[in-house]
Ligand binder design. Sequence first.
Ligand code: HEM
Length: 188
Amino acid sequence: MTMAPGLRKFALTVHVICSVGLLGAIAGFLALAIAGLTSQNDQMVRAAYLAMELIARFVILALAFASLLTGLIQSVGTPWGLFRHYWFLVKLLLTAFATIVLLVKMELIGYAAARLSAETTLFRADLRAAGIQLVIHASGGLLVLLVPAILSVYKPAGMTRYGWRKRSAIAPGLHAVVGLQAPKSPAS
Ligand code: HEM
């Protein structure tokens, strides 16, 4: 099932907006995590952790799922296909991994935000461990998701075994259309 060119462009635009927007949202989250950890100003610390929960729940999580969904639509709706190329597999696994880690860490983010809104005086030692974890996870997430961004543009050659098998079903001319490198010989 291949999308019509206009629809494909539209779907690709949505995918790029969601995926690259996700990187930007994580960068904003990281800035808040650093502010929450290092600031001596109670108001700033409170504001940072409260904002982090909102950004994580309503922006980062939403964009992560949108990136996965629109990426899958790109795959099934274009000759790239599902699971045929290593760059695709790496993108899918890294984005899914980052999304799962975020889902697991939502509790920690919620804890930091709830703890702060309930307290009149901040116990910094108590929050420090959570703050350090959040900075580490935000930096890690950002670094991990740079890989899919780079792979998307370079699309390095390298087909999976499944890709080699499916390749025979694709008309040779289509490879040129989608910019695929014509493979020299199948891996035995
Ligand atoms: C944060 C994660 C991601 C980022 C930053 C990202 C970014 C991008 C960008 C910038 C492109 C455009 C490349 C170009 O047109 O030359 C692209 C294309 C594509 N992406 Fe993603 N992506 C991400 C996740 C995913 C996921 C999870 C999937 C699969 C489930 C996926 C599948 C694809 C496919 C198949 C294309 C090629 C579309 C085409 O050329 O027609 N992406 N991605």
